[in-house]
Design a protein around this ligand. Sequence first.
Ligand code: URA
Length: 405
Amino acid sequence: MMSGEVRDYQVSAWLMAVCIQGMTLDETVSLTRAFVDSGTVLDWSDIDGVVVDKHSTGGVGDKTTLVLAPLLAAADLKVAKLSGRGLGFTGGTIDKLEAIPGFRTQLSNEAFRQQLQSVGVVVCSQTADLAPADGKMYALRDVTATVDNIPLIAASVVSKKIASGAQVIVLDIKAGCGAFMKTEAEARALADCCRAIGRALGRQVETVISSMESPLGLAVGHTLEVAEAVRTLQGEGPADLEALCLRLGAVALTEAGGAADLKAAEARLKTLLNNGQAFEKFVAMAAAQGGDVSVLRNPDLLQKAPQQISVPSPEAGYVHGIDALKVAEAAKVLGAGRPNKETPIDLTVGVVLNKTLGDVVLEGEPLATLHVRDKGLDAAQRAILEAFSLSSNPLTEQAPLILTF
Ligand code: URA
């Protein structure tokens, strides 16, 4: 495929055949291996300590990498994380990091290695030489309606993680309206497939399935999410975001041999949030990558959108649902989303939810605050009103955030 010997139309026909027929595990493993072998495979064997990596299949308000990477480094693991930009409704970690003035998201291999050894954590842009055949095939999938297939997604995700060289890989597989996998059953099938590929290729792949029915945390939009990540790293973040970071972190820490079990791992990680050590790792990582750390120590200094406009509730009730896709749509029309790869995005605009699941809302109380520059206000207000489902009855049972692991 990389040499051009197999033509795009042949690959496209093959992709559609896979979508109709599926692939066996052996076939999926072969495809993953071929992706890995098509480019560079990073080798961290000279780094002291266990190198870990995490990946999320993408969601709305998902800023877990900003919290989890420094948190795990504070727990003495080495975190080598290559991330991407956002496309469509999901925000990308690289875009979020660029909300920190001066933060360099492109590093040479040498700078990456040095920082991984000395600071213990690096998050930067994925380079084109990692699993390039996946990049080429993904571009074809995008235009032939063949993205949505479990073996193809699993091979794509796991190949890039294997090529990134980590010894322990934790995947956060999202299920719900704001995710690729709409149901828990599909997410479970994807998780099983990813773990099986890891086993076949001798790499430790662990999975957590988490809900993406409503946004993660309260902030959706790049700068707003950095501020929320900072609060979470200081032990003052929203409960759902903190819980997910602790669970993903506990899986990584336990697998890496840094804790006896998940409970002990979560307790250790929680201490690192509360005593400031996780936050200080984030500051050290940002400083090493050229970022202005004054905005992390005082997030009020982060750039702001010109206007903050609240969306009042037209009625009273209890919040039973907040549709993640609708909130993403609001952030996107305000300028936070990228309709295609070339479009510039506005890092300051977005949505901060004022109410969360189970909250009581009075008529006229703000449901959310929109951070607005010069476009999308009406459409964003409509999307927020559509996102919230209110009921006159209290929410007695909340669907779990972490579905299985
Ligand atoms: N993310 C990937 O990297 N690949 C897919 O196929 C889907 C999501």
